[in-house]
Design a protein around this ligand. Sequence first.
Ligand code: FNR
Length: 184
Amino acid sequence: MNILGISGSLRAASFNTALLHAAQELAPAGMSIAIHRLHDLPLFDQDVEDQGDPEPVAALKQAIDNADGLFLACPEYNGGITGVLKNAIDWASRSGRDRHTAVLAGKIVCIAGASPGITGTVRAQDQLRLVLRRAGAQTEPLGEVLVFQAHTKIVDGRLADERTRDALARHLQSYATRLAALRG
Ligand code: FNR
């Protein structure tokens, strides 16, 4: 299973990007997670889209299309998802000039998130599920990984907390099981 991993934060020391790196380490046998960075993605502009997808947009859509599933590391800003992540979803939700189907449609998406606060991105994750559903993606229904007080668990860019590592590993295993079941 080739999974595309995306962090909703551009920050070099991002807790969510660290979570993504931990997911790469903890992915079960048979699953690999490749990270796609959003740093070059322009802001969505329908006038630009009308002229054809810019290269970073085309690359994002191609990477999503090629992947068996997505792992989204979801930060929380003001009780919702970051503009960075919403922007990527907005681009990817569009069928574009050259495609009949939007690449997010039908994708099975695994979500986790980290925040220094005590709610661990629960509000952003709920919002992310709604947005993804509108874009035709499915979010796996098995549990949540909410890394609260992330600054105590992620040290020097590494997820160090063993209980959280176990929870993330179980989350990924559930995701793998679900993907395999849907494949039949
Ligand atoms: C935040 N932060 C935050 N945290 C949270 O748990 N709930 C929230 O609603 C918000 N709101 C918020 C708004 C803005 C504009 C910023 C910049 C930050 C704190 C946020 O969780 C923290 O900065 C994380 O470190 C962001 O994730 P990364 O960059 O570490 O992945």
